[in-house]
Structures are given as C-alpha cells and as structure tokens.
Design a protein around this ligand. Structure first.
Ligand code: HEC
Ligand SMILES: [Cu+2]
Length: 364
C-alpha cells in the first residue's frame, strides 16, 4: 500500500505566494474586479429601474389601477419602490465612493485596522428596522381595507374549476362562466372556492390576488371605478391549462347591468329552425352529462352553464372569440384547442356541429 506524504499546506502556499508575488497580484486583480463589478451592477440596476415605466404602461397592470383598492396597492408599491431606490442609490454611491477614493495605490501598504463602531452599528440596525416596520404598518392597513367589503356590496360566488371560472350571483339567481359582469361604481363582495386544486383569483387593475382553495371559502371585494373590460387570470399554477384559465371582469353602467341581469335571469330561449335540431342533438346526447341549460333537461355541472352562452364574448377561458367559426372549431376538437381540458366528447359529424353552433349561438 502506498503511503501518502503529509503536506504542510499552509507553508507550501505561502512559499508559492512569496515566489510568484501572488499576493500583490491578487489584491490588484480583486480591487479591479470589484471596481468593474460595482460600476456595471449600478448601471444595470439603474437601467432596470428606468425601463419598467415604459414596459409596464401596457394594461393589464397593477400599476394601471382602475379601483380604489388597486390604487392603494399601487401606492404601496411605489412607496416601497422609491424607499428601496433611495437606499440603493445611497449604498451604491457610498460603495462607488469608497472603491474610487480608497483604491489601492501602493501594493505594499497595509490598510489601517478598524475594530467596529458602536454608533454606526446601532444606526444601521435601527434605520432598516424602522423602515421595515413602517412599510409593514402601511401594508397591514392596505390589507385590512381590502378584506372588508362594504355591507351593501353585491354578492358573487366564484368557483375555480380546471381550467375555467364559474360565476354565480346568488341574489339574482344567475350562473355564468369566465365573464363577470359588474355595475361600475358599486362594490362587489366575492366569495371564492374551488372544486379541485388551488387557484388564485387575480384582476390586476381591480384588486390583489386571493387564493381559491378547495374546502375553504375565501373572500375579497372590489369596486370598478371606470367602465371597461378588466382582464383576470388564475395566479396559482393549477395544471396543464393554468395559463389559459383567464377571465374578464366587464364593468358596465348600473342600468346596463340591470338589463344584462334581466336577460340572464330568463330561462333559455326555445329553439326554432336549424337551432331546433341543434337543441335536439344537445338534449339527447353527451352534452347534458356535463352542461346545464336552465329550463331544459340539461343539468350537468362539470362544464360551464350554457343557458346564455350566445351572449358571451369568448370561449374556453378567453382562448377564442365567440364566433360561429371558432365555436365549430371548439366542438370539432376541444382537446386540440385546449389540450387536456375536461371536455372529452365522442366526435361529432359536420352536420351535428353546424346545428349545435346554430343552437348555442341562439342562446342569447
Ligand atoms: C365530459 C364533460 C363534457 C361534455 C360531455 C361536454 N362538455 Fe362542453 N365543456 C366541458 C368543460 C369542462 C368545458 C370548459 C373547458 C375549459 O374551458 O377548460 C366545456 C366547454 C364548453 C363550451 C365553451 C363554454 C364557455 O363558456 O367557454 C361549449 C360551447 C361547450 N362546452 C359545448 C358542448 C357541447 C355542445 C357538448 C356536446 C356535444 C359538450 N360541450 C359536451 C365539459 C364537457
Ligand atoms: Cu387555476
């Protein structure tokens, strides 16, 4: 067995360093490196700080708020951002100053040894703690304002499915999907639950995120201050089609909301013409296993309620615009449009698709 020679590493290393003049070389390299690193880091942070203003001007962004709640969140964001920016400039400035002012001029000189400074240490402990406490207090205030819906708020129940949103208005007796109509300037109290995995309900321009958890009811509220379509999305990875679990909050003037609600409260229209044969196919086949159409035998609860499907602007979580061509495309092969979604059907003939498109389109 070969015996290993014991090596005195520290003495070998110091011999090597002395021989190569390595010590001086290393300190020169490292101070140069530190200098370049500091300058380039400051540069890129500065660029990153200036860029978002242009890049994020595009909606839907939480920095483009359309409600008081979202405005509070945006204010908190900007306050934190500017505090962080000021600290960043201060720290990087001091660092740059120190790097330039105290850079190595004489490789042989040894810097003075400093053994701490109690006032400095107290200062840099107390100052960050104070700033963090202040931000924390402001955050708690913003969060509690977001949690308490006003008493007169309209109730909406939101159920997260894989991968679409069900919206119920218990006071109005309406069930719909993916498009949440609300009256502008009126508070909406939202109760959230899931029948499967955890999702997260997020309309960036109207409110913060709220988790949608199976077996639990979470609540939040918002009030759209301006008429408009506000894009929402699931903000918690929930499976294959998480990215296509989108929805839209449609804020309309109160009188238009009344009109919309009045129409939605009606049972489905009775079909006539070609739509009637579509209705026949729908009611006698696979569709009713999963879909409900109020006022008919279709009472399935796996898929979206289709009672007023024709009045919706989009199909399958905003994936497609609701046009006859797109609907035919969806019915021909829902798995091709939205792979792994829960609408699994046996293939329909071209005639059946055409009739179903007529029928579903007539469900205004
Ligand atoms: C096994 C259950 C199931 C069957 C059977 C089924 N669907 Fe679906 N359907 C779904 C699900 C789930 C969705 C939502 C898919 C998504 O967006 O992820 C859906 C979505 C739809 C949509 C789009 C609704 C919207 O608002 O986005 C239409 C229209 C539709 N189905 C029509 C039909 C028709 C017509 C039939 C019969 C030929 C049918 N479905 C059979 C489960 C089913
Ligand atoms: Cu989801």
């Amino acid at each position: 067995m070969k015996k290993y020679q014991s090596v005195d590493q520290s003495s070998q290393k110091s011999i090597f360093l002395k021989k190569a003049g390595f010590s001086a070389w290393r300190s020169k390299v490292s101070s140069r490196f530190l200098f370049i690193w500091t300058v380039s880091l400051s540069g890129s942070f500065l660029a990153a700080a200036l860029l978002p203003a242009a890049a994020l001007a595009e909606p839907p962004s939480p920095l483009n708020p359309a409600s008081e709640g979202a405005q509070n969140i945006a204010n908190l964001y900007w306050l934190t951002f500017w505090i962080a920016a000021a600290i960043f400039i201060l720290v990087e400035g001091l660092l740059l100053y120190a790097v330039i002012r105290f850079r190595e001029r004489d490789p042989k000189a040894t810097p003075p040894k400093i053994h701490g400074s109690t006032p400095l240490e107290i200062a840099w402990t107390v100052a960050p703690a104070t700033i963090l406490l202040m931000v924390f207090a402001l955050m708690v205030r913003t969060m509690s304002a977001a949690a308490q819906p006003p008493a007169e708020a309209m109730q909406v129940k939101v159920i997260g499915h894989q991968w679409w949103w069900e919206f119920q208005y218990p006071e109005l007796g309406i069930t719909t999907a993916n498009e949440l109509y609300v009256p502008v300037g009126e508070p909406v109290a939202v109760e959230l639950t899931s029948d499967n995995v955890i999702h997260s309900f997020w309309v960036p321009r109207l409110a913060g995120k709220t988790d949608v958890v199976p077996g639990q009811t979470n609540s939040m509220w918002f009030q759209a201050d301006r008429v408009g379509n506000y894009r929402g999305q699931c903000a918690e990875l929930c499976g294959a089609q998480h990215a296509n679990m989108n929805f839209m909050v449609i804020a309309v003037p109160p009188d238009q909301f009344e009109l919309w609600a009045g129409r939605q409260q009606q049972p489905a229209v009775t079909a006539s013409g070609e739509a009637a044969s579509g209705e026949q196919i729908f009611m006698s086949g696979q569709c009713i296993a999963c879909h409900a159409i109020d006022g008919t035998v279709a009472q399935g609860i796996i898929g979206p309620n289709l009672t007023h499907f024709g009045s919706r602007q989009t199909i399958a979580g905003l994936m497609l615009e609701n046009t006859p061509e797109n609907l035919a495309h969806w019915l021909a092969d829902p798995q091709a449009v939205k792979p792994l979604n829960k609408m699994i059907i046996t293939e329909l003939s071209q005639d059946e698709i055409e009739a179903l498109v007529q029928y579903l389109g007539s469900l205004q």
